[in-house]
Design a binder for this molecule. Structure first.
Ligand code: BTN
Length: 246
């Protein structure tokens, strides 16, 4: 399907802008892209660092026929699309930290925030806003203290702009849309799984304020993380209920 892309110089949050359009009845396929966000949102109520000229901040309006449980596939397929797009454009490897952070050389380079609204009538999704933030060039003033050592950019210098950014946007959108058209076939799953960090290795599972040591075993077809605790118990974790430290 055709996407309708609108570009802003600055905006509070592309997710917020697309949500407003969605509640006003806008059709699927609207994309808002901004060069800067003044109130970029991250997961868990955090802010997303979105300075001008160095990143890609965009949100896509989707109206998928999915149950709430299947909506994880939007985020995980987007992570796979971003990972492949970055590899194609930069020639460098990427990894995915379950559930949807894209990493390069051990640091986060992209975050994804999906905000969905359920329809009360039939328990399926009314709309989903898929927000993608990618650090493309190194920020001119560096990353803020709390991101130093944690975040990185696709390109190590601050001059990578314009064309590269546009190519990356096009790669991400094309790849994501081709996954999205057959989402429940899970064509993205092999690429997703291959890039997951820590499979076979130790992780810390934080659930209901309790932290337990575990080994990450696998990703299942619903992108749940299968872990084995030290006492031998195994569990499938969904993204909403836990956080993982590697
Ligand atoms: C995270 O890693 O916590 C998720 C970050 C998501 C950031 C993107 S940038 C475009 C879109 N608009 C927002 O306000 N947030 C998302």
């Amino acid at each position: 399907q055709k996407l309708r892309v609108e570009v802003f110089k600055t905006i509070p949050s592309t997710n917020e802008a697309v949500k407003i359009l969605a509640t006003g009845g806008e059709a699927e396929g609207k994309v808002i892209l901004s060069e800067e966000q003044t109130a970029g949102r991250g997961r868990k109520g955090r802010k997303f660092f979105s300075p001008p000229g160095t990143g890609i901040y965009m949100s896509i309006l989707l109206r998928p026929k999915l149950s709430a449980a299947e909506s994880t596939l939007l985020t995980t397929s987007a992570a796979a699309a971003v990972a492949l797009a970055i590899e194609r454009v930069s020639g460098k490897d990427t990894q995915i930290k379950w559930v949807n952070d894209v990493f390069m050389e051990g640091k986060k380079v992209c975050g994804i925030l999906t905000e969905a609204s359920m329809s009360l009538e039939n328990g399926s999704l009314d709309y989903a806003v898929l927000g993608i933030g990618i650090n493309v060039a190194f920020p001119a003033d560096g990353f803020p203290d709390e991101l130093t050592g944690v975040a990185t950019s696709v390109y190590p210098d601050s001059s990578a702009q314009g064309d590269l950014r546009n190519r990356l946007v096009a790669e991400v959108l094309n790849r994501f849309m081709s996954y999205y058209e057959h989402l429940t076939d899970r064509l993205f799953l092999t690429e997703y799984r291959q890039r997951i960090l820590s499979l076979g290795g130790p992780v810390l599972v934080m659930k209901d304020h309790i932290q337990r040591k575990a080994t990450a075993l696998d990703i299942d077809n619903d992108c749940r993380l299968k872990v084995r605790y030290e006492d031998g118990d195994e569990e499938y974790l969904s993204s909403g209920e836990v956080s993982i430290r590697m």
